[in-house]
Design a protein around this ligand. Structure first.
Ligand code: A2P
Length: 287
């Protein structure tokens, strides 16, 4: 892959600061893992100045193809939740591969040593600041929507703020649950994390994976399982109520809309950075 230069550090641009930089911010890929033929995750170097709140996303991408008329290339960027915790030296992302997707059809071929573009301006609503205090937090994900929760689940604040943390993850196939399964296993056995967050922190963590198109111990869409009350029965918890429960939602559009309506039905109100409330929603990247 062709390296891209970073205007912030490229000495050639030092003498001519008149024009806003048009060259993208480059970061180097350090690790790539293909989970299935539809899913992969990767790690990149972290800009020294980048600070972010767990659950936020950044714009990442590659240079687009040259314009046939002008020959000019424009960056092709999409929003990606940061899956790594804010204390990690690198940044991790979890992505779908869409065969004819403008970005992921190419991004899926990155290898360690390649460069990607990463705009170091984290934003997003799946942050603790957008929620009012509560006793229990539900993290509802489908597919790659688990990415921001991979960051939040390794953030000490998640366990400081809540007595119980429930991650639900619905995927089509069993193998699509593997990223989440390994995440949970690694959190439960990580001694460093225990030191950082507090011994026994993971006792608060509940994990509820479901599949919809392949047999697994728990089948069905999380929304249907909630409607039937099965989720609450399985976990031995009370149904969601606005006094105790907070929720973060990240998945495909139809799922987000459906669960949003359900959460409103339980009496929860949508929050934002500027006006914290009881639940927040963000769309998982699909392209
Ligand atoms: P299903 O297989 O019944 O469509 P995708 O890979 O298409 O993003 O879907 C990820 C998971 O989200 C799938 O298991 C899918 O179930 C589920 N899903 C899709 N739409 C909804 C919805 N409206 N409510 C709950 N789950 C949904």
């Amino acid at each position: 892959m062709r390296p891209v230069t970073d205007p912030a550090t490229d000495p050639a641009t030092d003498a001519t600061p008149v024009k806003a930089p048009t060259l993208p911010d480059a970061q180097t890929v350090t690790f790539v893992k293909h989970w299935t033929d539809r899913l992969f995750s990767f790690r990149v170097t972290r800009p020294a100045s980048l600070r972010f709140r767990s659950g936020e996303f950044v714009m990442i991408g590659l240079m687009g193809d040259p314009d046939p008329k002008t020959g000019k290339q424009k960056p092709l960027l999409r929003a990606y939740s940061i899956a790594s915790p804010s204390w990690d030296e690198e940044l991790e992302f979890y992505s779908i591969k869409v065969p004819d997707g403008p970005l992921t059809s190419r991004l899926q071929h990155i290898e360690a040593g390649d460069e990607i573009i990463l705009r170091p301006k984290p934003v997003g609503t799946l942050v603790h600041d957008a929620l009012l205090p509560g006793k229990r937090i539900w993290l509802f994900a489908t597919g790659t929507g688990i990415a921001p929760f991979a960051s939040l689940l390794r953030d000490p604040q998640t366990y400081e703020d809540y007595d119980e943390v429930i991650l639900t993850h619905t995927c089509r196939q069993v193998e699509e649950l593997q990223f989440g399964k390994e995440l949970i296993d690694s959190i439960r056995s990580d001694e460093l994390l225990a030191e950082l967050i507090g011994e026994g922190f993971h006792d608060k963590l509940r994990y509820y994976p479901t599949t919809t198109r392949e047999e697994s111990p728990k089948m069905g869409r999380i929304t249907d399982l909630m409607r039937k009350g099965e989720v609450f029965e399985d976990l031995g918890v009370d149904p969601i109520n606005p006094d105790n429960d907070r929720a973060m939602v990240c998945g495909n559009l139809a799922f987000n809309l459906e669960i949003k309506e359900m959460l409103e039905g339980y009496g929860l109100e949508e929050g934002a950075n500027s006006k914290p409330a009881q639940y927040v929603v963000e769309k998982a990247f699909l392209d």
